[in-house]
Write a protein that binds this ligand. Sequence first.
Ligand code: NIG
Ligand code: FE
Length: 415
Amino acid sequence: MKEFDTLIVNIGQLLTMDHEKDGPVRGKELQTLPIIENAALGITNGKISFVGPGVDAKGFVAKQVIDAGGKLVTPGLVDPHTHLVFGGSREHELALKQQGVPYLEILEQGGGILSTVRATREATEEELLAKASFHLDRLLSYGITTVEAKSGYGLDHETELKQLRVAKRLNELHQVDIVSTFLGAHAIPQEYKGRADEFLTLMERLLDVIREEELAEFVDIFCETGVFSVDQSRAFLTYAKSKGFDVKIHGDEIDSLGGTELAVEIGAISGDHLVGASDEGIKGLASSNTIAVLLPGTSFYLGKEKNARAREMIDAGVAVALSTDFNPGSSPTENLQFIMTLAALKLKMTPEEIWYAVTVNAAHAIKRENVAGKIAIHRDADLVIWNASNYSYVPYHYGVNHVKSVLKRGKVVCE
Ligand code: NIG
Ligand code: FE
């Protein structure tokens, strides 16, 4: 007789996402999803120990039985791009947005990212921890069990390290797994105005301590008009690679500068935003291992007509992931399910493509493909039980939270 700590029965659709091939899922492979109908799932010591068609309860012993009520069960969602740790908020900028003041102009005037920098410098480590923990609870409530978190609201040694230490502590304290990225090159602080190269050198000097204290795995940069150029980004990320980091890039978000091509050229683990990606950039991505992390919530919130060319990317064979870009300026939301709806409506992605983009491909974008984004034997039981009977329902019925419960390493952590 098989014994489990927890047995989930009466699963209408079990979306395992356990694609037979390793690697991110792209091209024709996106057309089908690995699904078991009328399934059951067993958990032992926090790991998945049984996955299969509906079981006869008599043949099993379980300390806890969860009835999924004929609903959908999926892997915990992976959010591969957030700015989780920050001080303050920016609701005062909403009126400026309504008056049509562009995002980069608000930044140029010392607001935007720089306003959050001031609030983050002023906040104590404990305050930042409490605030980030609140937002992380909310990400979890929307079904996210693994999240990437960037620094970038310090722009000085002390505050960048403070942000990264908060993320590290939170990873230890909270059920959600956090993967850290150093985004010291997020903007040019006012004290370095006109001296971007000097500022980048200052940020480069932090890399050794970040490495020693294991404060981040990835290094990112905001490659944008008025922030850092393609040449500066190339030099900075190449240096980070020489220090042993994998790199990411905020590229082609607002203006088409060539950040997508740069992501491919330097072998970035992901290129993020890519709204203005050129045809060449898309071609390059398709024949690379770089994941395109698309953030339609940001285009929506910045009031942009133009969205990333997801259809062309996917049709060309680019591996695409989706994310909230949760941050206090361009995308204040923890609701990845709403992003899934935007992906359907604005990016014209199919439900199947969307589910790969928030599980397997998102895990690849933060090098967690071996531990997150799939339901498979011996993996951690990071699961979502949904108030939906099929996977297409989640992007369809928008703006609400469809999560019934979330399990992290086999324990119900949110209901
Ligand atoms: O991904 N573009 C740069 N960084 C963030 C926004 C940060 C902010 O506005 O505070 C982004 O959109
Ligand atoms: Fe971002």
